[in-house]
Design a protein around this ligand. Sequence first.
Ligand code: F6P
Length: 570
Amino acid sequence: MSNGTGNFTKSKIMQNTKLPHWPDDKKTLWRELQAYYETTQLDINALLSKDILRTEKLSVDTGTLFLDFSKNQVDDRALKLLIDLAGACDLKEKITQMFDGDPVNNTEKRAALHTTLRCPHNADFKSEGANQQQAQVQETLKKMTSFCNAIHSGQHRGYTGKTITDIVNLGVGGSDLGPKMACHALRVFQQPGITTHFVSNIDDTDLGHTLAHINPEKTLFIVASKSFTTQETMRNANSARAWFLASAEQKDICSHFIAVSSNIDRAVTFGIEEDNVFPLWNWVGGRYSLWSSIGLSIALAIGMDNFKELLAGGHEMDAHFSNTPFAQNGPVIMGLLGIVYSNMLNVPTQAIIPYDENLTFFPDYLQQLEMESNGKGVNKNGTPITYQTGQILWGSIGTNSQHSFHQLFHQGKHTCNIDFLLPLSSHYNLGNQHKYLVSNCLAQAQALLKGKPEDEIKQELISQGLDETEACNLAPHKVVPGNKPSTLICYEKMTPRVLGNLIALYEHKVYVQSVIWDINPFDQWGVEYGKQLCDSIEPYLKSDCNTSPKGVDPSTAQIISRYHRLKRKS
Ligand code: F6P
């Protein structure tokens, strides 16, 4: 972990980590990497100035994205060990297995084929099954296209004949975070006359506030739930339907409620016509589903052509990921650097700082993608693991973040590795604002890297007129240690293609890491446990419940009885 001086002190506990059931070559490389980072303090400034080829060696140009990894805690030796480690984990074969539809989600015996969702329509797969999946995807895209056209042209109208102006996506987790992030990111491509709303929380303030600002005659609700059992979404959908029926009739539901789900029967039971259910399949994980019909809200917001551009961007990154040697492979390098920070340097958090207002919700989206995927405690065989599987991800947009938490980056005792995301041009052209945004992003990365030593500060203060004593007293407060790692990801400006590239980049980074850690990134049993417990607690909150709660701890029990006392009073 960093001691705040820009130097990293490595935890002995990490060194003693047991590495269960790993092949010998993998164990050896892991130990070698640990030993290397234990004994070597990498000075990024020195590495950059000594090796004139460093920026070239540690940059990846995918055509749409430019990834500069050169300000990271890695040198030639470490990079070689990391790439060898990836080889020892059979990463190449594991990538092929995922793309080929092998059941990489072993606990649920499922494939993870989000990559098929963004394949061109004429892609040819090896297996008959994969070709069938591809046909289902293309059929659904056609259905989405004609629905979007009907809404945008005004052919599909509300029950009083008015055109649809408001789309409300009712979903949570993967059925909300991706579409919400993408609709915000691509606002500049917004279809005229359409406003998109996202309601996810069970807190009725979320739905209540949205309903207060829309007209049932002009609103389309999308009930987006892969399982069609998620309680937040089901309860929001029930309330939305009741609100709608307060002014309309049952027969009008078909013009105003559609569903996206793999559970067509449940959607029909809810009251949605079968024809109005857009399918998705169990080989698409929730947090990987924005490419499927879960992305219908995106397509309605930006138009189907732009949605297809988003898919093309994802596919572009898929091609880069599967065809590029590891040393030049963006998601592979990103994933391996994450191994350095998580497991070799014991850095607990990573920050995502987009200098792009369009990416306001990108850190929220990545939190589910990374932490729901790789927050695991056992390996693929179910054996407990003793090493960290990932970092806590957080972040916010620059430059706002500079005026909030960057002080801790520069002088605090914590270190976290940062991904800066930077568009090199803007959709707008307002004075010099974009230039200043770019300067700020570059300056932050530079300040973190270079730091500012005490001597230089003292001289500066003296030249500003302070006497020697004053300069000596003030200088330590102004010292910036430097040698803090960051990655810079730049692109021309935010477009559907760029966004598709970016999302797929992080998806594949997560997969790379899961392979190194030997974990399943496609299940989420911990979340399912929380849902189960919630279902068992709710009956005890009913007003007519007189039994004391069974199976709950005393702390929870006391809150339940306090809840009842308060309810009786009010
Ligand atoms: O948060 C748990 C989870 O199962 C996610 O993986 C998923 O994205 C979310 O719930 C919503 O699930 P569904 O689309 O089935 O409503």
